[in-house]
Design a protein around this ligand. Structure first.
Ligand code: TF8
Length: 338
């Protein structure tokens, strides 16, 4: 009896310490419905990764935690869904880090053009101390970050002409993400950047409100941009990640057991998602060739020229995001490259 009492006391003090009035630790796994929305389609690696996450969560929870999936921005664009997480009306979303830079400026280091050469370099930084440090900034904004997934290397499409040299950017009206590094980088190249949410891009291309956009091949394929674009130039000008976000309001109601299930599922599904994303990057190129869009390579020499033109922009933002952080980023990258 004495031991039983001791156990009960330990449990209840554990929960009051967490600041919760309900006894989360004794709840184990509760039946819950988790609303998860993303901006891209179900057939995109982001959508397939979310389905994998759902499968893992439902299996690990014995069917008690149900993940309701919403694809193709039906719940809104990246920023709107992130706000819904903060307000507690949606539980999960997986946005690009780029539009979150208005909230946490340091995420902008991942928007530096020509930073990563391979997806593996990105993995090492995102899964290492720098990636972790940035996830730790999320809770004060009402968000929990469970890790990074892959969006990938971005390439430019447009309706005017092939981009073969740095000069070819001049005068092009290009949609960018809502992100100052991207806006300033394209300005430096002489383009006319037009930031807008992703969900508006197809229509803007179709109506010629803009000449072009830039995204990874899987997205250009899945969202059928080849139907409204003539040229795809393999600029590989920047790698951008996704971040797996959970509403903190929701997270704080979960038992440690439930939190563990979501954390593990986000990582496990993320491994699957990255793998798929890399396979799809290759496959999408082959399939895009069949659509009739004009595809051209961009020489390393021209990509270096572009990087040179953008360098002052990167230097400006390195100061703004914190030189210690940026120096740490470069030295971590050096380690990975050895
Ligand atoms: C963009 C991003 C998007 C994603 C997605 C809609 O261009 O690459 O594809 O963030 O959530 O806005």
């Amino acid at each position: 009896i004495a031991m039983g009492l001791l156990f009960l006391t330990a449990c209840s003090s554990g929960t009051t310490q967490g600041g919760n009035t309900d006894k989360t630790e004794s709840k184990g796994i509760q039946p819950r419905v988790i609303k998860a929305g993303i901006g891209l389609n179900e057939d995109h690696p982001q959508g397939q990764g979310l389905l994998k996450f759902k499968e893992i969560v439902e299996q690990k929870s014995g069917g008690k935690l149900k993940v309701q999936t919403y694809f193709s921005a039906t719940l809104g664009d990246d920023l709107k869904m992130t706000e819904a997480l903060q307000g507690g009306t949606q539980e999960i979303t997986i946005p690009s880090t780029s539009p979150l830079v208005g909230m946490i400026k340091e995420f902008g280091i991942f928007d530096f053009p020509f930073l990563f050469n391979t997806p593996e370099e990105a993995d090492a930084i995102l899964d290492g101390p720098i990636g972790k440090k940035l996830l730790e900034k999320l809770p004060e904004h009402g968000l929990i970050g469970l890790g990074y997934w892959e969006n990938g290397f971005r390439h430019v499409t447009n309706s005017k002409h092939a981009i073969k040299t740095a000069d070819d950017f001049k005068g092009l009206k290009l949609r960018t993400m809502q992100n100052e590094v991207h806006i300033d980088a394209f300005k430096a190249l002489g383009a006319n950047p037009t930031p807008m949410p992703f969900s508006e891009v197809f229509t803007a291309l179709e109506s010629n409100t803009i000449d072009g956009q830039e995204n990874p091949l899987a997205t250009i394929k899945s969202n059928k941009f080849y139907e409204v674009q003539k040229y795809l130039s393999l600029t590989k000008h920047v790698y951008t990640p996704f971040v797996f976000l959970v509403s903190k309001k929701f997270w704080d109601q979960l038992s440690p057991e439930e939190q563990k299930i979501l954390q593990e599922a986000a990582i496990e599904a993320g491994k699957y998602q990255r793998q798929l994303s890399r396979e799809e990057d290759q496959k999408a190129l082959e399939e895009l060739k069949k659509t009739g869009i004009n595809i051209n390579e961009v020489s390393d020499q021209e990509r270096e020229k572009m990087a040179e033109i953008i360098k002052p922009v990167v230097e400006k933002y390195a100061k703004e995001f914190g030189e210690d952080l940026v120096n740490e980023l470069y030295s971590e990258l050096d380690k990975v490259r050895q």
